[in-house]
Design a protein around this ligand. Sequence first.
Ligand code: NAP
Length: 461
Amino acid sequence: MTIRVNNPATGEFIEEVKIQSKEEVKQAIKECYEGFNDWSRLDAHERSRLLSKWSDKIQENKNSIAEVMTKENGKPLHESLGEVDYATSYIDWYAEEAKRIYGRTIPANSESKRIIVSHQPIGLVAAITPWNFPAAMMTRKAAPALAAGCTFIVKPAAETPLTAIRIIELAYEAGIPKSAIQYVNGSGRVIGGLFTDSDYIRKITFTGSTPVGKSLIKDSAETMKHVTMELGGHAPLIVAEDADLDFAVNQTIGTKFRNAGQTCVCANRLIIHENIVDAFSAKLKEEVEKLVVGNGMEEGTDIGPIINKKGYEKIVEQVKDAVAKGAEVLVGDKYDEDHENEAYFIHPTVLKHVTDDMDIMHEETFGPVAPITTFKTLEEAVEIANNTEYGLAAYFFTNDYRTGTYLHDHLDFGIVGWNDGGPSAAHAPFGGMKESGLGREGGIEGIEPYLETKYLSIGQL
Ligand code: NAP
């Protein structure tokens, strides 16, 4: 059995990938479990050196990895090149953090006692990753796991396994043993079940949709596994009356239309002060009209295809629903469908006069559609923004420190960009509140979920 990987921009066949049988997946899990003894005992400086070599190997192969990524995912080549850098930034960061897993001593309540707290790796970690960032979503998990001394097994998304495979093969070239990191391919449901059932695996780390995340948490309870969940988002982007409009529009384009809007932190609801909504909308329309839709391998492309028909249909439905309920199309609402080759493109779309009864205000869009709604008071802006079960990212634009601090304090989101449409960074804790997930990836917080805390109490000194 194999997965046939096709280019979502053209339908062109790229490569075939073997699907592991259940027995083969179990064997891979066992190998990584047995590898834990050696990998966790390797000194932190050596683990750090190996991670740095891995990062160097990926950078040496940056162009070919980016090309594979664009072919299997569809994103423009310049975005894939950027993602390779973003992916290695996590390896570089955690190569350093490997050497900084400090413990502490606690003053005891008796002269004859000493209390020492230390950390140890939790064991074998299993990861399941999505197709929208096939390199970075994997290294964001593998790097802290390996740095902490855990071993790691990953199942990449069926649409985009090739990038992950290339990157892991480079880990072997860098000297990281196969018993420390492996990949398996196949159905998420089947392999997810094997991961959650396994007594060898101590942690599941997942990036993907909220319903799958919830079922993985439930299934992990049986063996009391640790979990980190990076799930869906429905980011608000608020523009206050005093904001620098050119800058706000420029940042909105980046955060809304990158990866054809198929990102979990993508601005999904533009909440604009009523006094500037016309000026903002006109500027946004002007900039959106310049975006070029096409094959990500072609120079000048800004917006690639939607990953598959299911994703495409969901976006089209949301636009139809909004228009039927009174939204005005400022630009877009234009589609290129090539059913024969399974290639689906949506031209970047801006909708005005969007209201709370429209699906687009409540469901993740995962596409290049920007719905605009308005607010009068900051309280109202916060109420609209927080009116979602998600809590991943939020953005706002203002140069007034009182507006900024008010919005920061009242928005229920794990990542907040103030005059910043691209806050994500390897050195900062990325993650969501509410149904957007559990735990953080990146920063010093990102290695903690791979560590157990142990304290030693020495008596009779
Ligand atoms: P998805 O359906 O949840 O798939 C993600 C991964 O989970 C894939 O590897 C998939 O494997 C696997 N999977 C599917 N069903 C499974 C099951 N029952 N048990 C175990 N694994 C299963 O999500 P998607 O629609 O592809 O990805 C987009 C979602 O990811 C969005 O909701 C987005 O917001 C979220 N996301 C979140 C972040 C973040 O950091 N918070 C980042 C990126 C994306 P198959 O490919 O075999 O189906």
